[in-house]
Design a protein around this ligand. Structure first.
Ligand code: GLN
Length: 199
């Protein structure tokens, strides 16, 4: 029997930093599994789209027959958390796509890939995320995207000083431009689990 308090959560495992997400989810008490094929997606109640290279992940979703099942799961309201390349995959509109690159969509946002330029490709910062409490988030940005426009149904969870949007939420979809999993931050994953347990 599937335990209601130990929900099975998938991490899309085509490319990128899969292992870190599996660890955070297991630490939070979920049963964390890799998703590489449609049958594996059928067994999960929530999903993490990890960081990596969004154009590669996009191509592999099509190679592995996962693109339409993923789009169907998002359309059906499955809770999904996308980090970095995962945020790009969730965006309805993409700036800076490579030729032929598609997103899965679902989040009514425009996302710009590699938004921080060469000088600032990777950096760490403490980010205020009021929805997660008063303790700031240790956020690691690695060739990160940013949200350049967000529709009315989207809540902005975090901005950098100066107002660049780097974390958003829309119903069961959550996305961060940065990686919380590399610094042991687990509150975004916890939020995903809360969505799953209340769905
Ligand atoms: N720059 C990558 C992309 O466009 C994202 C980087 C990441 O996920 N850390 O897919």
């Amino acid at each position: 029997m599937v335990s209601p308090i130990r929900p099975r959560i998938g991490v899309l495992a085509l490319q990128g930093d899969v292992r870190e997400h599996l660890r955070v989810l297991e630490d939070l008490g979920a049963e964390a599994v890799r998703v590489r094929r449609p049958t594996e997606l059928e067994g999960v109640r929530g999903l993490v789209l990890p960081g990596g290279e969004s154009s590669v992940i996009d191509r592999l979703t099509r190679t592995f027959g996962l693109r339409e099942p993923l789009r169907a799961a998002i359309a059906a309201g499955m809770p999904v958390y996308g980090t970095c390349a995962g945020m790009i995959l969730l965006a309805d509109r993409l700036e800076g796509a490579v030729a032929g690159q598609l997103t899965l969509g679902g989040l009514d946002v425009t996302v710009r890939r590699n938004a921080f330029g060469r000088q600032n490709e990777s950096f760490e910062t403490e980010l205020a995320v009021p929805e997660l409490g008063t303790v700031p988030v240790a956020a690691t940005f690695i060739r990160a995207p940013e949200v350049t426009a967000a529709g009315p149904a989207v809540s902005v969870l975090a901005e950098l000083p100066g107002g660049r949007i780097v974390a958003v939420e829309q119903g069961p979809l959550l996305a961060t431009a940065f990686h919380p999993e590399v610094s042991g931050e687990n509150r975004f994953h916890r939020r995903l689990l809360e969505r799953v347990l209340s769905s």
